[in-house]
Design a protein around this ligand. Structure first.
Ligand code: R5P
Length: 267
């Protein structure tokens, strides 16, 4: 048993219910100043208390997060491509030494199965796992599939299984039809990405279906920080993941917070 590895994983996936709410704010690494994240500190500060962990780049961690905060960091360590070029052309962008200095609880890297640089990203994953194993730092693999490939159980299931086979400790993917099948064929914990902004009710349904289907939780970004009430939204997501509330109950939490913040604004 690797005690450090187990301990770090337990900070991300809460042992009490084996569930996790991860706040994703790493989008700038290929999207630049994403809507809602123009000032990362302003976006992140009110949301941190409601997340179990936060996923971001080292640049935003250093510049926009108070080192006194007590939440585990999932550090994005892959990149090298922008939205203007071939996205799969990524490499490892952070050394293990810096991950240790930054006291990260996990390292996140994207794999692009079916894309031009599939092999390179898969080999990077394997190398990162080797580094992580040396120091007890888990690796979260983020699955992306080729541009022309459907985000369905066949391709996402393939990507998740490959991530697990190469040694990833957690895998992040998209929710899809027949999601339970993906979960059954993946021997490591699966966390679901929120994806593009959708109406709040839909994002809560996605959260509910993901945990019901066997995911440990969600790693959600845009559907939280681009919401008209980000704090209400993360509270609602959290209630589904950790308190097993229904979508209807969760939506009420979001609406309640939105109403309260409108009242405060009105003075
Ligand atoms: C994508 O590669 C990034 O890692 C995001 O963290 C991920 O997509 C989750 O964010 P969102 O919920 O906005 O999709």
């Amino acid at each position: 048993m690797n005690w450090g590895m187990e301990n770090r994983l337990a900070r991300i996936i809460k042992p009490a219910d084996k569930r996790a709410v991860m706040l994703a704010v790493d989008h700038g690494y290929f999207l630049g100043p994403t809507s809602g994240l123009e000032d990362p500190r302003q976006t992140i500060e009110p949301l941190i208390p409601h997340a179990d962990s936060i996923m971001l780049t080292r640049g935003v961690l250093r510049t926009s997060v108070d080192p006194n905060f007590d939440k585990p960091v999932v550090l994005r360590v892959s990149g090298g491509a922008s939205i203007l070029k071939e996205l799969s052309n990524e490499d490892i962008t952070v050394s293990i030494d810096d991950c240790i200095r930054l006291n990260v609880s996990a390292m996140a890297l994207s794999i692009f199965v079916g894309s031009e640089f599939e092999k390179e990203t898969l080999v990077s994953l394997a190398k990162l796992v080797d580094e992580g194993e040396k120091y007890g730092i888990p690796v979260l693999a983020v699955t992306a599939v080729g541009k022309d490939m459907a985000r369905d159980v066949r391709y996402l299931g393939l990507a998740c299984r490959i991530a697990a086979e190469l040694g990833a400790h957690i895998v992040k993917t998209y929710y899809c039809d027949e999601f339970e099948q993906l979960i059954e064929s993946c021997p490591i914990p699966v966390i679901v990405a929120g994806g593009k902004k959708t109406p709040e009710l839909e994002a809560l349904e996605l959260t509910y279906n993901s945990v019901k289907g066997g995911a440990v939780g969600v790693d959600m970004g845009r559907n939280i920080f681009q919401s008209d009430c980000p704090v209400g939204m993360i509270q609602a997501v959290r209630a589904i993941v950790h308190d097993n509330v229904s979508v209807k109950e969760a939506y009420k939490i979001y609406e309640g917070a939105k109403g309260a913040s409108a009242k405060r604004a009105a003075g």
